[in-house]
Design a protein around this ligand. Structure first.
Ligand SMILES: NC(=O)c1ccc[n+]([C@@H]2O[C@H](COP(=O)([O-])OP(=O)(O)OC[C@H]3O[C@@H](n4cnc5c(N)ncnc54)[C@H](O)[C@@H]3O)[C@@H](O)[C@H]2O)c1
Length: 321
């Protein structure tokens, strides 16, 4: 099968592309490399087609869509704080860009589009765990754009018969998550702090909780969502159904690394939610989703990855001297 993965040079995208290639599929990646990196695809670079371009340009999207069977649409401006600072840019990529992907997908009659939605659609609704039937109440421009992407997918299903599935990811973490930007995933930043013996920064009191989900679980959901029967137009939570506070994450990293680091607590960030936890019974039932990698295993593997990446960078710097 031929897959188009938009945002395929990013964190979740490159992990998804690895698995598709491993299974022998043909893969086209469309990515403008604004957040992702070509080096994320280094190991399988000769086996895929990488188109460097933006989903905001419909002609580029049409070219990338050529003969695609499935589309896994991950390209997006992914930062909540950045969406608060610049909602127009987030809207342009996440909504206008998604519309381009859907139009091109319906024109070439792909089998299905799987859309990277987000738990941020739930916003501050106090009920836990979050169930897909709850009324979305996003509290940030980013959350709004992700919810609109779901609605557009469903409308394209109704109006043009385009099969679509939306996956509401809950705090995905793992190898290749970029720790360097101020907007990166918190676990990527914590791992780096433990590697470099710097103070991990916590926004708020650290008692906020998240359903941290190892990236391999999300990749599994992406692939199942392409092929599961009778699910078009549906929205699924992709998490683990657990809930871990940031303070507990720091304790777990302390156990993994044998270090104790004092966190630096700063005021909470705009648009951040307090608690998050997925009910995954729908994904289990309809997709056969089974998040096998636990939080602790995932965190150990993630830390090891940052450690080996840092070792490689240091060895290279030494050899260049
Ligand atoms: N990581 C999470 O916890 C999480 C949670 C919920 C939803 N999501 C969604 O999952 C998807 C992937 O997120 P990620 O964590 O891998 O982030 P990421 O930033 O690593 O990946 C996004 C990719 O999209 C690319 N991109 C951005 N704008 C583009 C454009 N205009 N045209 C083409 N490519 C563009 C970036 O270069 C990057 O490679 C996103 O849609 C995000 O909203 C992620």
């Amino acid at each position: 099968m031929r897959y188009l993965v938009t945002g395929g040079a990013g964190f979740i995208g490159s992990n998804t592309v690895d698995e598709l290639v491993r299974r022998g599929h043909s893969v086209v990646v469309l990515d403008d490399l604004s957040g992702g990196k070509e080096e994320n695809l280094a190991e399988i670079r000769s086996k895929i087609t990488l188109i460097k371009g933006s989903i905001t340009d419909i002609e580029v999207v049409r070219k990338a869509m050529h003969e695609a069977d499935y589309v896994i649409h991950l390209a997006a401006r992914t930062s909540v704080p950045r969406s608060v600072k610049d909602p127009i840019e987030t809207n342009r990529v996440n909504i206008d860009g998604t519309l381009n992907v859907l139009i091109a997908a319906k024109d070439v009659k792909v089998k299905r589009v799987v859309f990277a939605a987000s738990s941020s659609a739930y916003g501050e609704t106090p009920t836990l765990p979050k169930v897909e039937s709850m009324q979305p109440q996003p509290i940030s421009p980013y959350g709004v754009t992700k919810y609109v992407g779901e609605l557009y997918g469903q409308a394209f299903g109704r109006c043009y018969g385009l099969e679509n599935v939306s996956l509401r990811y809950f705090n995905i973490f793992g190898p290749r998550q970029d720790p360097s930007s101020p907007y990166s995933g918190v676990l990527a930043k914590f791992c780096t702090a433990f590697l470099e013996d710097t103070q991990p920064v916590v926004f708020g009191d650290g008692e906020q909780t998240r359903d941290f989900t190892f990236v391999e679980n999300a990749v599994q959901a992406n692939l199942l969502a392409c092929e599961a029967p009778n699910v078009s137009g549906k929205v699924f939570n992709v998490g683990t159904s657990g809930r871990i506070s940031l303070n507990d994450v720091l304790l777990t990293l302390g156990k993994i690394t044998g270090k104790t680091l004092e966190a630096k607590y700063e005021p909470p960030r705009d648009g951040d939610i307090r608690d998050s936890q997925a009910d995954i019974s729908q994904a289990k039932e309809f997709l056969g989703y089974d998040p096998r990698i636990t939080f602790e295993d995932g965190l150990s593997r993630t830390f090891e990855w940052y450690q080996s990446t840092q070792a490689k960078v240091q060895a290279q710097a030494k050899s260049e001297k």
